[in-house]
Design a protein around this ligand. Structure first.
Ligand code: K7E
Ligand code: CUA
Length: 662
């Protein structure tokens, strides 16, 4: 096979090589200007201006920072277990991580989507994608907790997700890997890729309560989907998906998927798709996928396996899907605030093509096609192009927008952010990033109403920004002030996991709704202990259920006896506090899972299978009062055949069998 490298790819590779051997860009020392610290300092008593929701990449979590301070407020467990909060370990939360493959306690979270109304962020929910075992999660921004996770069938590598439409009608999910679909045997030679491997894009509907369901999928040729953006304003009703590997290569994609000069952006008219679904054009296909929901009153997750999905085939649905040529392995695909412009970023391209929605509509009406790709019409490049940004930089990845008609594009290879104007495609400014930026984010940047002020670079390489920490360095974000004509670096801060993407939102859209406690009277957890008088220990066969309350600064009961080797102990801990920010923790020596961190008014359950005879301390792990260190107890485990009866101490009675107390 002949190797083919374009000139720009060669240049890109040379420059990448220079970066890898650690060449410092000029001016790295003086990059931060004199008054930078002042611009990011938030004095005590003041709050940050924005919440910044940052994807955790391979940590599987989402983290919440303040802007402009860059301070980390919270790590929200989403797809990965979190021993700190007991997420995925407590009996109540295990079901959140159920999938058709069983319990999957990890994923790779790349993208964030904040809910919108009329194309403006509304602060109700934030969505995140699971890239590995295809899933989408919804986090409730009243509680900052994962409220729902839905698995995506007929998908593998849910990368092109969870981009949202302007009234939160849908979040979308495009499969990165094409695969044999779930209703086929799947046991096929990999070199039958061209016959047997298909792609899908899914439209997950969101109802007014936030609940997700897979409305329909569209089956596509066997290409790779990368990113997506919904149309807005005039292009509302459309979603644009970038795709690569139109070569349909299945080995050594590095070369074999970079042969063609152009890949595609796939344009989907989802309003048309809805009509086809209504008209009965979708095929019901047998699949299996998990749908997990966290009930806020029961403090409990349930998981259902759903068995069916509706699939539309573009062959049966004319005018629903079009391909638009886009140079050189497009990655980002971004729509501007007006919805008129669609910006494609070819990783190996020397220009940034900007497409016009008006021209796309005209080309469709005029049937101005360049043939078809697997039966799907391909729009003529020149007919849909608004123009190309010339000499922007090397390795464009992602673009966001401000409210003044400017675009900001990240360049991985040349390690910079470039500001350019949408109207005439002129480059206006460029600043280096340290180094190799992936996504970037302007507050409100993907919406109809960008809040502007800052652009944040999420970098892939952080050489010489932070103190070394062994073989792996901290992941990095960098904050630039974009309020003037020139972008100014004012801060950098490390992040959790690899930060792929982030969305920032004005703080007042969220903080006013932030929940302070769970009301104890609304607690419908079946294992709740409402009040000390109900604290108790019950044996059911070899299960011992401990109904235990926590309040500053004791557990009730605190001492438990009568557990035998071979028993499974369930600690159902109810936090009776009704004050903001008074969680209690719960841990037991030798537990093979985690702690619990129980919020005011909440009940959570830890299971524990003692492995030996003895006396085991339990204690509160969260410093809750001056007498926190007194918040403790014991549990006694006797031999399997012993006849020690179940007893417990409430502090008022004597613990243990009377005879043994003497
Ligand atoms: Cu890191 Cu959005 Cu997965 Cu680009 S993706 S960089
Ligand atoms: Cu409760 Cu410390």
């Amino acid at each position: 096979m002949k190797l083919f490298f374009s000139k720009s790819l060669l240049v890109a590779m040379m420059i990448a090589a220079i970066w890898i051997i650690g060449c410092k860009p000029r001016g790295a020392q003086s990059a931060v200007s004199g008054d930078a610290a002042q611009k990011t300092y938030v004095a005590p008593g003041k709050y940050d201006e924005f919440y910044d929701f940052v994807s955790g990449g391979f940590s599987g979590q989402m983290s919440v920072y303040g802007l402009p301070s860059g301070r980390l407020f919270r790590v929200i467990p989403v797809f990965s277990v979190d021993p700190e909060k007991g997420y995925g370990y407590s009996e109540e939360t295990k079901a959140m991580l159920n999938t058709s493959h069983g319990y999957v306690p990890w994923d790779d979270l790349h993208h964030i989507a904040l809910s919108e109304t009329n194309g403006i962020q509304d602060g109700r929910w934030v969505f995140g994608n699971g890239n590995n075992t295809p899933r989408i999660a919804r986090i409730d921004l009243k509680t900052f907790r994962t409220a729902e996770i839905i698995e995506i069938p007929n998908s593998a590598g849910n990368h092109s997700s969870p981009f949202i439409t302007e009234n939160s009608e849908y979040v979308v999910a495009g499969t990165r890997f094409s695969v044999p679909l779930d209703n086929t045997s799947g046991d096929v030679p990999i070199n039958t890729y061209k016959q047997n491997f298909k792609g899908t894009v899914s439209f997950i509907h969101i109802d007014t309560s936030g609940r997700m369901n897979i409305a329909f999928q569209i089956q596509t040729p066997g290409i790779n989907f990368d990113l997506a953006r919904a149309g807005k304003g005039k292009s509302h009703g459309w979603v644009f998906f970038s795709c690569y590997n139109s070569e349909k290569a299945f080995t050594l994609l590095e070369q074999n998927a970079s042969q063609k000069d152009k890949d595609f952006i796939m344009c989907v008219n989802w309003k048309k798709a809805e009509e086809y679904v209504k008209a009965g054009k979708a095929q019901k296909r047998a699949v299996a996928y998990a749908h997990n929901t966290y009930d806020e009153n029961k403090h409990m997750a349930t998981s259902e396996i759903e068995k069916e999905v509706l699939v539309l085939d573009p062959k049966d649905c004319p005018d629903m899907v079009y391909f638009m040529p886009c140079p050189k392995s497009p990655h980002g695909c971004d729509t501007d605030p007006s919805g008129e412009y669609i910006v494609g970023s070819g990783k190996l391209a020397a220009v940034i093509p900007v497409f016009s929605f008006t021209k796309i509509q005209k080309a469709i009406a005029d049937k101005n096609f360049d043939g078809d790709y697997d039966g799907i019409p391909v729009l003529k490049y020149e007919a849909v192009l608004h123009g190309e940004v010339q000499k922007p930089g090397l390795g464009p990845l992602h673009t966001e927008f401000d409210a003044n008609g400017n675009a900001y594009t990240s360049f991985f290879v040349s390690s910079e952010i470039v500001k350019w104007r949408l109207s005439d495609l002129k480059v206006l400014d460029r600043v280096p990033t340290y180094y190799s930026v992936g996504h970037l984010s302007v507050p409100g940047g993907p919406t109809r109403k960008p809040w502007g002020k800052y652009v944040i670079a999420y970098n892939k390489i952080t050489k010489d920004r932070y103190l070394p920490t062994g073989p792996e360095l901290a992941q990095s974000a960098q904050l630039y002030d974009i309020s003037g004509d020139k972008m100014k670096l004012i801060l950098d801060f490390p992040t959790i996991g690899e930060p792929h993407y982030a969305e920032a939102i004005p703080a007042d859209l969220i903080m006013k709704n932030s929940q302070k406690i769970y009301k104890i009277e609304d607690n419908q957890n079946p294992w709740a202990t409402k009040g000390d008088k109900n604290a108790r220990v019950e044996r059911k066969g070899n299960e011992v259920h401990v109904y235990i309350t926590a309040i500053r600064s004791h557990f009730n009961p605190d001492n438990i006896e009568g557990v035998k080797l071979g028993d499974v102990v369930y600690f159902h801990v109810t936090n009776l506090e009704q004050d903001w920010d008074i969680p209690h923790g719960f841990a037991v020596k030798g537990a093979n899972n985690a702690e619990l961190l129980i919020m005011p008014g909440e009940t959570q359950t830890l299971s524990w299978k003692p492995d030996r005879v003895g006396v085991f301390p339990i204690y509160c792990t969260d410093f809750c009062s001056a007498l926190h260190q007194e918040m403790q107890g014991y549990i006694r485990v006797s031999a399997a055949g012993s006849n020690v009866p179940i007893t417990f101490s409430t502090g008022k009675n004597e613990p243990g069998p009377i005879a043994e107390n003497k």
